[in-house]
Write a protein that binds this ligand. Sequence first.
Ligand code: GLU
Length: 476
Amino acid sequence: MTVRVRLAPSPTGTLHLGTARTALFNWLFAKKEGGSFLLRIEDTDIERSKEEYIKNIYDGLQWLGINWDEPPTIQSERVNEHKQIINTLIDKGFAYKCYASEAELDEMRETQKRNGLAPKYDNRHRNLTPEQESEFIKIGREPVIRFKISDQKLISWNDLIRGKMTWSGKDLGGDMVIARRAPANSIGDPLYNLVVVADDSAMKISHVIRGEDHLANTAKQILLYEALGLNIPVFAHTPLILNSEGKKLSKRDGVTSISEFKRMGYTSEAMANYMTLLGWSIPEGINERFKISEISEIFSFKKVNKASAKFDWDKLNWLNSQVIHEMSAETLLENLDPLFQENGWHLPSQEWGINLAGLIGPSMVLINDGVDQAKPFFEEPELIDDGKKQLEIKEASVILKFILQKLESLDASVFSKQIAIDLINQATKKCEVKKGLVMKSLRAALFGTLHGPDLIQSWVLLSRFSKDRTRISRFI
Ligand code: GLU
């Protein structure tokens, strides 16, 4: 079988983590099977669909390295085909016009509730006579179109993740609406289950891989495939992603869209790596840190759990720090430079930037951490508690005075690690103090605090602007 899978996002919001994870599982499966991964934009909800969301979805997928193999299908462009299929279903007796008004349907549901029954359409207009229909039309009723679902029908499929699944027709809510209300001589807007079947079939989709929240839809869609005499694809329903409290991950959890993770400073590589692990148990002996391009060979739905996956920030952070630590200083600088520019910080030279990236990279977890860590190299830092205390020690100003005098007799452009080490040693000797005291006082004067990366390297970078001199001179 030629494997053709698809992601079918509705552009009514930005690319959600759950959708991106579904995309990834589809993509990995397509890669493994040598098949195609396609994209279909389900934009039939005209009011809520937005161009900017379509762009956000494309950008997010591309950023993650998930590329599609054919131009995307735009669902709204196929509305005529969808209506044709609805006509076929009506002609063959699988669908009919239902004239029940919203008020009547509300009343029906209320009665069901009062009698302790689950609300469900009671198929009341399934067998209207032509006379009854013309009566409704005469009084101006506009029908929806419903697809017949027999209560007796059992629907089964072999789910690649969940095994054998069976649904009973009686649990599907009665005859299903497949087109919105519209004048009786026309077909209203076709609805989700109908259009998905029409499009998946037209796109020759072999496997439908999507979230487990679509299980009931799958049962309904199988009935449509059968009625239309179409090939039924294989289904795989992926587990939901839960927050740390075990609830479905939602907007309330703060970050849920891929573009937000990107903005926070997560790398595409760590995100793709982490999302693959959300629900998939990695085979033993394989490192959890991987590139998605390397993992498709061993990806399998057999190892995707039925149970929901809990979102684990610690693991994502760990993976992100791994990715950053593996980056060359050049690559890290490429990631940091746009953020530096946003802050109005300009690199004195490429080499200087690479050295800075190499210096701060090992302690970064998020790309954005680099901004905080680079800030004291571009902007004069505030003197904070530990730095302040250090500079109150009486020897501190003597040490700094000595170092400043030495610096003033030096050309800033020749300052080097060796000169920095020599100056520290000379100050230690001359001021008759411990070397630690010299280093701490110097760090406090240069960076305002006692914490930070390697002092010698930091000093050399700072000297490039002669900023070391101006900063030290504040404390003598
Ligand atoms: N547009 C649907 C969604 O975003 C697609 C579901 C499917 O994959 O069939 O949930």
